[in-house]
Design a protein around this ligand. Sequence first.
Ligand code: NDP
Length: 315
Amino acid sequence: RKGTAIITGASSGLGLATAKALSETGKWHVIMGCRDFLKASRAAKAAGMEKGSYTIVHLDLASLDSVRQFVKNVRQMEMPVDVVVCNAAVYQPTAKEPSFTADGFEMSVGVNHLGHFLLAREFLSDLTSSDYPSKRLIIVGSITGNTNTLAGNVPPKANLGDLRGLAAGLNGVASSAMIDGGEFDGAKAYKDSKVCNMLTMQEFHRRYHDETGVTFASLYPGCIATTGLFREHIPLFRLLFPPFQKYVTKGYVSEEEAGKRLAQVVSDPSLTKSGVYWSWNNNSASFENQLSEEASDPEKAKKVWELSEKLVGLA
Ligand code: NDP
């Protein structure tokens, strides 16, 4: 039978390219979890995705109610859930003030981490009961959260500190809007959220891989300098960033190529190892990459897991 893959944020960029790559194989039905139905449906059509190879289901990760409703709606479709890809993200590098999700969490960590944390936890039972030969839960990471890399050392660096802001609810009122309790910085909040994504993947692996057989993976697909992720950046940055990545850092990757990479993590029979953070070398060959000290700290992963459980109402 065809596999069913859920991809969040599939209305543009990496998520759309991955949905397209999977649907083109004819072996996958893609459930696109998107906050803007019309945008997603236009994007899928413009990408040439075959009707019937995908279903768009409304999902706003900035609302835990919407995440729960999404899970319900997907279950009502009575399709197996074989792979879940947590891909959507917001990046607000120029924001002077924090903005907040419906549940009052700072937006970047609220959407990129907490919304996905609840979604992934909910779908774990569906993945476990699927009879697909290789079931996978994938959380898109990033080099920018990894301070063991050049890109990860561009200030402001990711740093979750002692998690005091997260512990106090990340709401900017009773607590700081930042995980480490510091002053709001949109670029740092994004990087912190990506560290949470990578820690969450590893904690899933430690807690559930042996018991469920699900493969848990994260990845850095390369710098896709052209996606909407940079839409809130200043115009000069948006103009110069793609050529800079192409010719100076040579880390540039097209949306199409990045989509193929993520599609490999979804379906390639050789990428079944669990607990891995995948990257690709200049010849587009995948390899198991090293995470930074903080992004691979098991103590921190456990704490982030437990605090996140409380915030999303699972504990
Ligand atoms: P895009 O901005 O193109 O895509 C982000 C997607 O997330 C969009 O579909 C957007 O929806 C969706 N989204 C944002 N907020 C919400 C929300 N509240 N609820 C549901 N969906 C939401 O960026 P990319 O494709 O670049 O980013 C995809 C992933 O790749 C992210 O996890 C990012 O961290 C990661 N990444 C990107 C890199 C890059 O260089 N671009 C490098 C490394 C990692 P909408 O279309 O409605 O805005």
